[in-house]
Each structure stands twice: as C-alpha cells, then as structure tokens.
Ligand binder design. Structure first.
Ligand code: HEM
Length: 153
C-alpha cells in the first residue's frame, strides 16, 4: 500500500477530530452567547489545514494510483463501475465541495458581525463535516469499504 494512501487514511481522523472541535465551539458559542475567541478561530484554522492536506494527498492518489488511466479510458465505462465511480466522482467531488465550503465558511466567519460568527461557523462547517462523513469509505460500505485505520507495512 502506498505511503500516501496510509497518510490519507490516518489524516481523516485529524479532519474528524478538528471537525468535532469546530462544531462543539460553534454550539457552545451560540448557547452561551460568548464572544468569538482565539480558540474558535484556531479550531476553524486547524480544521481547514487538515482538509487542505487531505485534498493534496487525495489529488496525489488520483494522479499516481491508476485513477487517471481509468478516467482516460472513458467516463461512461467508469460510471458503470460502482467502485471506480465512488472514488473518482462521489468521494473526490463531494470532498472538494466540502473543502470549498470550509474556505468560504472561514472567510464568512471572519467578516460576520460578532453576534453571528458562531452561527455562520455552525452552518458552513456543519454542512462540510456532514458531506465529509457521508463520503468517507467506511468499512461497512458495500463494495467501496476501506479499513478504519490503514498502517505502513
Ligand atoms: C476531508 C477530505 C477527505 C477525507 C476525510 C478522505 C478520506 C479517505 C479515506 C479514509 C480513504 C480510504 C483510505 C484507505 O484505503 O485506507 C480515501 C481514499 C481515496 N481518496 Fe480521499 N479523502 C478526502 C479527500 C479526498 C479528495 C479531495 C480526493 C481527490 C480529489 C480524494 C481522493 C481519494 C482517492 C483517489 C482514494 C482512493 C485511493 C486508492 O485506493 O487508490 N480524497 N479517502
């Protein structure tokens, strides 16, 4: 198994832990009506960095692990195969949409009025995290399921 695939598999846990941190901050911020803090900003930043690293490794995998050859041999054929369709279209595209939301969300939170920052954080990052969770190839997913943790051989 390629080292990049192992890193991509492990870093998913960093994405998810930072995602929980962001959502916990957003919800407690809304409930307690506290001011937006440096801890809130740090959680958003770390979440975005982990997502960007996943994008980088995901693109490397796409270009180096034989997926481009499958795309070149025709999208029609690729779409007929649920395994290939999942990794190239469903996983790849959905994660990119989630990452765009994370970047837009971070800029919207920065520009928002002090009383709406936590709400914006919950909206943009919450949708992004949901998209990420449903697009991960969890072990129980038929055909495309992968282990909860891959490790270097
Ligand atoms: C937050 C974003 C992402 C997460 C959490 C994530 C998570 C994962 C996981 C858990 C796997 C299976 C690893 C294993 O086999 O153990 C995987 C595989 C894969 N991911 Fe992602 N991913 C993300 C973003 C992306 C993006 C943006 C792309 C492409 C543009 C991408 C492309 C791929 C590909 C091509 C594979 C299959 C690699 C192979 O077996 O050759 N991923 N991803």
């Amino acid at each position: 198994m390629s080292g990049i695939l192992v890193l991509h598999s492990i870093i998913r846990w960093g994405v998810l832990l930072c995602g929980i941190w962001v959502i916990a901050n957003a919800i407690t911020g809304i409930i307690s009506k506290r001011a937006f803090s440096s801890n809130d900003d740090r959680s958003n930043l770390f979440f975005m960095i982990f997502c960007d690293v996943q994008l980088l490794f995901g693109l490397i995998l796409l270009f180096t692990n034989g997926w481009i050859d499958k795309i070149k041999s025709g999208m029609g054929e690729l779409m007929k195969d649920p395994y290939n369709r999942f990794f190239v279209v469903e996983h790849g595209m959905m994660m990119i949409v989630a990452l765009i939301l994370v970047h837009i969300g971070r800029s919207k939170v920065k520009k928002a009025s002090p009383e709406s920052k936590h709400k914006k954080m919950l909206l943009f990052f919450g949708i992004a995290i949901l998209l990420i969770i449903i697009s991960i190839p969890w072990p129980n997913k038929a055909i495309v399921g992968r282990p909860m943790m891959s490790w270097f051989n």
